[in-house]
Design a protein around this ligand. Structure first.
Ligand code: PLP
Length: 376
């Protein structure tokens, strides 16, 4: 198998798995229990929270564990809205459904929502944010790096614009964690998800700045300072901390390696296959992503033909796979339906090689020729 869908999820790193195993077996205690088994688990959670906080650059009490990136986004948006009661929120049209659907939920409850469009490179302008902020704006969400195009947003300027007007700024860092420096000082909320950086699935975290007005998200026990009830998934938390530490430590080396394979792949595709276009800003993008449109082809058909050869890619985001409508991200970038529908997302990871990129180019050439009516 050639796995080129690392933005959807990544395989667990063996070091991460080894760090988790004791907390699934002998150290199985509940971190809320008061006996020694509980204390062992609680210490592991304490240590993991500290480690993550240090990496994010915030106090440990600002880190709350969640079930992943989706919950982090829901927590931020709905938690702030619940605390405020009413008002206006701003979200980029290119956000993940975790944010877009949460915004729709709040709209039904009476909140006003502005959906901001990016330019044709996928970038949200900080000045557009500035002019969209109203007296009653309570929340703004613009992600760090887009999951479909890999485009990096000017989060520092967006954060400053929000801060000036006292607006809670949430930055979804699910695709940038372990790749780019965290924009912690420029935002009030920040979300990560372990399975995007070689950690386990079903675990993530949100950092909420001390003093921010936010309501609890899951009612229950006193876990996560009372804001998110439920028994802590100790093994997953340990795994996430280990994975994040490793991802950040190795990021320079990995980014370089991944970008080299990705750039080689993009160059070959764009020069050797006619009618291809790279989607999204060419410079401001994470090293892993190549989102490419193939004239006259349906992205879904290309995905299917590549899958038959054992190559895993994606059209749009994995969360919306199966939907027949073109990618909301590419549509928001003013692309015509044909270009959006013919897009395929290739996302490279630390285990991919140049040889895999070469093989994929050959399979792609045949698949494109077949779809366009050639011999294939
Ligand atoms: N935000 C972004 C940018 C993502 O890419 C994803 C997952 O694809 C999520 C949020 C959701 O994360 P999770 O799968 O942990 O719920």
């Amino acid at each position: 198998m050639i796995y080129l869908d690392n933005a959807a999820t990544t395989p667990i790193d063996n070091e991460v798995l080894q760090a988790m195993l004791p907390y699934l077996k002998e150290n199985f205690g509940n971190s809320s229990s008061q006996h020694s088994a509980g204390r062992v688990a609680a210490n592991a959670v304490l240590y993991a929270r500290d480690k993550i906080a240090k990496i994010l650059g915030c106090p440990a009490e600002e880190v709350y564990f969640t079930s992943g990136g989706t919950e982090a986004g829901n927590f931020a948006l709905k938690g702030v809205c619940a605390a405020k009661g009413h008002g206006h929120i701003i979200v980029a049209e290119t956000e993940h459904p975790a944010i877009l659907e949460s915004a729709k939920d709040m709209q039904k409850l009476g909140f006003a929502v502005s959906y901001l469009l990016p330019d044709e490179n996928g970038i949200i302008s900080p000045s557009a944010i500035k002019s969209e902020i109203r007296r009653d704006t309570v929340f703004c969400s613009v992600m760090h790096a887009n999951n479909e195009t890999g485009v990096i947003q000017p989060v520092e300027k967006i954060g400053k614009a929000c801060k000036e007007r006292g607006v809670f700024y949430y930055c979804d860092c699910v695709q940038s964690a372990g790749v780019l420096p965290f924009p912690t000082e420029f935002c009030d909320g920040l979300g990560i998800s372990a399975h995007k950086f070689y950690g386990p699935k079903g675990i993530g975290a949100i950092r909420i700045k001390n003093g921010a007005k936010i309501s609890r998200f899951i009612s229950g026990g006193r876990q996560e300072s009372g804001l998110r009830g439920g028994t802590v998934n100790v093994a997953a938390v340990v795994g996430m901390a280990t994975a994040l530490e490793k991802a950040v430590q190795d990021s320079e080396v990995n980014n370089k390696k991944i970008a080299a394979v990705r750039d080689w792949f993009v160059k070959r595709v764009l020069t050797e296959i006619d009618g291809t276009q790279l989607n999204g800003d060419n410079l401001n993008r994470v090293p892993s992503n190549a989102n490419i449109s193939f004239d006259g082809c349906d992205g879904e058909n290309l995905l299917f033909l590549l899958d038959l050869k054992g190559v895993c890619v994606s059209t749009g985001s994995a969360c919306s796979a199966g939907a027949v409508s073109p990618s909301h991200v590419l549509k928001a970038m003013w692309y015509k339906d044909e270009r959006a529908k013919s897009a395929v997302r290739f996302t490279f990871g630390k285990y991919n090689t140049k040889a895999e990129a070469d093989k994929t180019v050959e399979y792609l050439k045949a698949a494109v020729a077949k779809i366009r009516g050639g011999k294939g």
